[in-house]
Ligand binder design. Structure first.
Ligand SMILES: Cc1cc2nc3c(=O)[nH]c(=O)nc-3n(C[C@H](O)[C@H](O)[C@H](O)COP(=O)(O)O)c2cc1C
Length: 364
């Protein structure tokens, strides 16, 4: 009935997606409970959107030190695993497929989250960003440079979080290596001035990601693991790109071919970069030839541009963020060419149902 590729089913290793529309990971800051866990309320939100081919959860914290935003759910305690079970069961009841996005913010945090201790990062360089804490917006601080022991512990935290995700019933995990957070801080020279095996050369700056991936062997099948990257991020989330940025991402993307992952999830630039000679302004086009596996592309797509990127063969799946946030039945709306709800920016991160579970469907 619908010849549009967006609505055709698609095979990921070991699972078949109903369509090629992915819900992008989006922090919603609704876990305003002492355990920082997902709840029935979280389950309702994801269940409402289960007609997406694939749902990727909001970033979920892999450890207490990985926290950088208020009311974000974690996936390190038994209570948090129990909370996520409610979500996976609700999504599976609607034949949905859901991956957990595993998150460590690194230096985009504040001592208020850590009983006064400094956030961890590859190097002691302040991103000069703001961190939203229980005490409102706070300027970020100079983080603590991770020791070899800190790195080892963080790898363990990701391993444990992946095992917890499987226990919670997730169909897979996505490693959040984008948007200026911990992995990205290792990749870019603006945030990584290390002189050990994790800094300096391209291979060294990429090492932390591959160490984490290697640690997942035996914990979760690689074909249930996705990786998210934002190669052309510049001037946001504390990131300043330079001539050494795209080469590190090219190295990473090529090397990911060895892992038989579920997918690679890329985002187009968050800000215009056409005037910056050393950055790539068409991310899908640039990286598609380098990656042999399944590629998801995201950022700013609507029905027409998503259809076009699939038809051009520059990506296999398209992730939609804000359109899914505001339209639980986005798939249906696209099929029917129905108008979309407007997103309410003021309620993106506020507690409660408003701007979360109360966006109407076509049926009301
Ligand atoms: C409210 C909100 C929260 C977000 N949280 C996350 C997150 O937790 N993890 C992540 O990788 N990206 C996050 N993003 C980025 C989105 O995944 C996506 O890249 C962005 O919204 C652009 O896609 P769009 O144009 O389809 O909305 C967030 C975006 C929004 C609007």
């Amino acid at each position: 009935m619908y010849s549009n590729k967006l609505f055709s089913s698609y095979k990921l290793p070991g699972m078949t997606l109903k369509n090629r529309m992915v819900m992008a990971p989006m922090t919603q800051s609704r876990s305003d409970n002492p355990e920082k866990k997902a709840t029935e309320f979280t389950a309702e939100y994801y269940q409402q959107r289960a007609s997406a081919g694939l749902l990727i959860t909001e970033g979920t914290n892999v450890s207490p030190i990985s926290v950088g935003y208020i009311n974000v759910p974690g996936i390190f305690s038994p209570q948090q695993v129990a909370g996520w079970k409610l979500v996976t069961e609700a999504v599976h009841a609607k034949d949905g497929i859901i991956f957990a996005q595993l998150w460590h913010v690194g230096r985009i945090s504040h001592p208020d989250f850590h009983n006064g201790a400094l956030p961890l990062a590859p190097s002691a360089i302040n991103p000069n960003e703001k961190s939203f804490t229980e005490n409102g917006f706070q300027p970020t601080v100079t983080p603590k440079e991770m020791t070899a022991e800190d790195i080892k512990q963080t790898i363990e935290d990701f391993k444990k979080a992946a095992a917890n995700a499987i226990e919670a019933g997730f169909d897979g995990i996505e490693i959040h290596a984008a948007n200026g957070y911990l992995f990205h801080q290792f990749f870019n020279t603006c945030s990584n001035q290390r002189t050990d095996d994790y800094g300096g050369s391209i291979e060294n700056r990429a090492r932390f990601l591959f160490d984490v991936l290697d640690a997942l062997e035996g914990v979760i099948d690689f074909n249930k693991v996705g990786v998210r990257l934002n190669p052309s991020l510049h001037g946001a989330f504390g990131m300043q790109a330079d001539e050494e940025t795209i080469p590190v991402f090219e190295y990473i993307v090529k090397r990911l071919n060895d892992y038989n992952l579920s997918y690679l999830h890329l985002t187009e630039p968050f800000t215009p970069v056409a005037d910056i000679s050393f950055l790539v302004s068409e991310v899908a086009k640039h990286f598609r030839p380098l990656y042999k596996g399944i590629l998801i592309i995201n950022k700013g797509f609507d029905k027409a541009s998503a259809t076009a990127v699939l038809e051009a063969g520059d990506a296999d799946l398209v992730a939609f963020g804000v359109p899914f946030l505001a339209n639980p039945d986005l798939v249906e709306r696209f099929k029917k060419e129905a108008p979309l709800n407007k997103p309410h920016l003021s309620t993106f991160y506020t507690p409660g149902a408003k701007g979360y579970t109360d966006y109407p469907t076509l049926e009301g």
